[in-house]
Write a protein that binds this ligand. Structure first.
Ligand code: ZN
Length: 63
């Protein structure tokens, strides 16, 4: 469960990240170019009260 840092209410998790126009989404990596290691696709949590969004990945143990 994620809590909004502004209003301390429970955030809704599990939204996908989409880049408008491109349609590829975004990925988090720890390098650039062909040697970059692809990590988990980020998910988004949204606060239903103030609209704050929070990016997170599920399997942090892979990092
Ligand atoms: Zn909030």
């Amino acid at each position: 469960m994620r809590i909004c840092k502004h209003c301390e209410c429970e955030m809704i998790e599990g939204f996908d990240v989409k880049v408008e126009g491109a349609g590829y989404g975004i990925k988090i990596s720890n390098g650039t170019g062909i040697f970059s290691k692809r990590l988990e696709k980020p998910k988004v949590a949204i606060c239903p009260k103030c609209g704050e969004i929070s990016l997170y990945i599920r399997n942090v143990d892979k990092i």
